[in-house]
Design a protein around this ligand. Structure first.
Ligand code: PMT
Length: 224
């Protein structure tokens, strides 16, 4: 049916920040609240999809009709996404994955001294880039959190990571970004189409974005 275009299809969404442990009591993270990703998962479920939400640590309620897999670090998120990737129709990477983790996780709490201190960082795996390399017929949707040259930087990520769509947000825009209930984004497709959206609630925006993706991919017409 037209109102459930994702019925029988599996959608995987990632949301929230990751936490990279320094020692038993400290970690490195970012300001993602998970609101954008949880809204995307809720929208996918409401369009009929079997929805898997892979979530970093957030304080949001589990959306109705969605299977939630809780993870902590970028490495955990990578494993969880990998396990769900092969038979997914759409994968949406809303999570703000840490690009770096402490090179070493101390097993005991690091003691303070009067000296300054340095934490050595190592790169995490770029999950989305890896999914792009493995892509068969999955529709791969990334987000780009930018603070300058928003469109060009977003398009660069779309191409580099072999995506079908990228949802670009200027995270300095007062109408959106990390933590807020609203967002301002542009949806860019690999075919070169642009859909700029003005500030709207993340919940509403999520449905608008998914419907645009469904339409561009023709998923609304090949369903009986
Ligand atoms: O959670 P909220 O408070 O609602 O905020 C929403 C948001 C601003 C976090 C969201 O809209 C958003 O932009 N998410 C992506 C944040 C991000 O990490 O962007 P990026 O430009 O650094 O990364 C680009 C893409 O690569 C993202 O899809 C990201 O999930 C992915 N990535 C990045 C690094 C990494 N190691 N692995 C990845 O898969």
């Amino acid at each position: 049916p037209k109102n459930l275009p994702l019925k029988g299809k599996k959608v995987v969404v990632t949301a929230g920040p990751t936490r990279e442990r320094i020692d038993p009591v400290r970690y490195i993270s970012n300001f993602s609240s998970g609101k954008m990703g949880y809204s995307m998962a809720e929208a996918a479920a409401s369009l009929g999809a079997e929805t898997i939400l892979i979530s970093g640590p957030v304080s949001l309620d589990k959306p109705a009709g969605v299977k939630v897999v809780n993870v902590e670090s970028a490495a955990d998120m990578f494993e969880a996404v990998r396990a769900e990737y092969e038979d997914a129709t759409i994968v949406i990477k809303s999570a703000a994955v840490a690009d770096y983790r402490p090179a070493e996780i101390h097993t005991q709490k690091i003691k303070k001294s009067d000296d300054d201190s340095v934490i050595e960082l190592a790169r995490t795996t770029d999950i989305l880039q890896t999914l792009g390399e493995w892509k068969e017929d999955q529709i791969l949707v990334g987000f780009a959190a930018e603070t300058e040259n928003v469109i060009e930087n977003g398009k660069g990520k779309l191409q580099r990571k072999n995506l079908d769509f990228i949802i670009v947000n200027d995270v300095t825009d007062p109408g959106g970004g990390f933590g807020s209930d609203t967002n301002v984004v542009t949806l860019i497709s690999e075919n070169g189409t642009y859909h700029p959206y003005s500030s709207m609630p993340k919940k509403e925006l999520a449905t608008v974005l998914l419907q645009a993706i469904v339409q561009e991919e023709g998923l609304d017409t090949n369903n009986d």
